[in-house]
Design a protein around this ligand. Structure first.
Ligand code: ADP
Length: 530
């Protein structure tokens, strides 16, 4: 067989040859829409590659981006790797000290930055070795306009060369860098396109709006997936509030979207408040991942708005999509509650990805739906090491699996169920309590918008669960009410001893519950209960 190298320039050729007229739409900062085609995007991506070569950058050099989701960022996703450079997406919600650390650690040489984010860049630029700053709609535009896309020569990359890199968002500990190869990126794109794992068969006819930021884990692969299949893309720019997103869905006829649960909880609340206001008849549903999608939210979208939630699990280290929860065919006629039980789990691995879970002694655990252990993963788009971080080598087992740090059980059908991150699981009297299960149950309470459960130190039991709860406006519930609400579904010793009623759960840069901050808040403060 031919030794075809799996590299990203292929996607440029394919998209312009077969889907050249399909649209890429961006909501600009001034809220107007920018429209162009895959043909335009491919031409400008090549011009960008030529322009970067003209600046003197060499093969393998890192080119960072500090941008929202928009068409120029899409050009960077394709143009930087197609020039033989490495796309390094910087998370614009990080602290400047972290950004400086990451840009230095990655040895970024150039950066493409949104005009509105130049002040942020200025706070850490001097601490880095970045030599070239390209400002979107300014010097970036000049570079692309002045460079001849026709002068682009396919660098004939080896598929194992680096295409992109991303740092973990640091929910737990110091950010760590992951280098993605052209090959792993192409295989991930094929992997998510195969077998409908993004749910419901995303195809050329779809209109995809990735809410997941392009600076978070490759926007879950959507820019490459959409380019490969020729689906119309809609980028929301910096407008990520529920109302703007709902407007985008309606105006552009969006059929498929994706993001973390906190985004969808906001959208669900807005849909529930005024169901007739938004015509989402063209929308099929959304991929939700990054943290556990509450079962009550999945049921709410389906039962009240006819939208399917496909629950996915992954990590920066796994490119990121590794598993998705699709209803097994023989359950298509099962009652709704059974169906929700399945799709609320994190599902089965994509093809060529393998999963197992082991206990503290390293014994591989059975698929019995109960035994909890650490999830391990291997596959062609799973990192084999962190970039220049030898001290983290113990995250890989001797037989070549990556230790995820997630505590799971396996359903008899092989569906994983994430119980916790190992740092978040509550160890009470030698037994484990899953904070995620308690959170999910609490978020099914009609008076609760959000709930996060953390461990607090306890003299007798070592740790005990504390629930931080955000009540819906105008609603009330006491700690005793909530304990009584949970009691039928949990062992008595699982029930949180303390409930704290707060106005908002602190979130990380990518919208996950920031449990470290909650722990700081509540391991020192006195109990306040209504
Ligand atoms: P960070 O480690 O900085 O949060 P990632 O986005 O790579 O950055 O986080 C990956 C982690 O997110 C996983 O290890 C897991 O703990 C959590 N996660 C991702 N998807 C899900 C999901 N569907 N359900 C529960 N947890 C999830």
């Amino acid at each position: 067989m031919m030794d075809t190298q799996l590299t990203l320039p292929f996607l440029l050729r394919r998209s312009e040859s077969y889907f050249g007229d399909k649209e890429i739409v961006t909501r600009l900062p001034d809220r107007s829409f920018h429209r162009y085609t895959y043909r335009d995007a491919a031409r400008r991506a090549r011009a960008l590659a030529v322009g970067l070569q003209g600046l003197g950058l060499e093969r393998g050099d890192r080119v960072a981006t500090l941008c929202w989701n928009h068409y120029q960022h899409h050009e960077a996703y394709l143009g930087i790797p197609s020039g033989g450079f490495v796309l390094h997406t910087l998370n614009l919600r990080l602290h400047p000290n972290d950004l400086a650390y990451i840009a230095n650690h990655a040895e970024d040489k150039a950066v493409i930055v949104d005009r509105s984010l130049v002040p942020l860049l200025d706070t850490f630029l001097a601490q880095t070795s970045i030599e070239h700053v390209l400002v979107v709609e300014d010097s970036y535009e000049e570079l692309v306009a002045d460079s001849d896309a026709g002068a682009w020569v396919d660098p004939e990359l080896n598929e194992n060369e680096a295409a992109a890199m991303c740092y973990t968002s640091g929910t737990t500990g110091v950010p760590k860098g992951v280098l993605y190869s052209h090959r792993s990126t192409v295989l991930h794109t094929l992997g998510v396109a195969a077998g409908n794992p993004m749910g419901l068969g995303v195809s050329e006819q779809d209109v995809i709006l990735p809410v997941v930021p392009m600076f978070h884990a490759n926007a879950w692969g959507y820019p490459y997936l959409a380019t490969m299949i020729g689906a119309k893309l809609v980028y929301p720019g910096p407008h990520l509030d529920p109302e703007s997103l709902l407007e985008d869905f309606v105006e552009e006829g969006v059929t498929w979207t994706a993001g973390v649960p906190t985004i969808w909880l906001g959208i669900l609340a807005m849909l529930d408040a005024d169901p007739g206001r938004w015509d989402l008849s063209r929308m099929k549903g959304m991929l939700v991942g990054g943290s556990a999608a509450p079962r009550a939210m999945i049921a709410g979208f389906k039962q009240r708005h006819g939208l399917d939630v496909v629950h996915g699990w992954g990590m920066t280290e796994t490119s990121p999509v590794a598993s998705t929860a699709q209803l097994p065919g023989d359950l298509a006629a099962a009652d709704e509650e059974t169906q929700f039980d399945y799709v609320a789990m994190q599902g089965m691995p994509l093809s060529f990805v393998e999963l197992r879970h082991r206990d503290d002694e390293g014994v591989i655990l059975p698929w019995d739906g109960e035994s909890m252990g650490e999830l391990e993963i291997r596959g062609p788009w799973v990192a084999a090491g962190y970039y220049n971080t030898p001290e983290q080598a113990d995250r890989w087992t001797d037989d070549g699996w990556f230790k995820t740090g997630d505590i799971v059980s396996m359903h008899p059908r092989g569906f994983i169920q994430i119980k916790d991150r190992s740092k978040d699981v509550i160890k009470s009297g030698g037994e484990w309590i899953s904070s995620v299960e308690l959170e999910n149950a609490l978020m099914a309470h009609p008076a609760i918008v959000e709930a996060a459960v953390i461990a607090v130190p306890d003299e007798k039991w070592d740790e005990r669960p504390l629930a931080a709860v955000v009540l819906r406006e105008g609603q009330t519930a006491t700690a005793d009410d909530l304990r009584a609400f949970l009691a039928p579904d949990f062992a008595k010793w699982w029930l949180p001893d303390r409930f704290e009623f707060i106005s908002e759960i602190p979130k990380t840069s990518v919208g996950k519950f920031r449990k470290t901050e909650l722990r700081d808040m509540f391991t020192t403060e006195a109990v306040v209960q209504p």
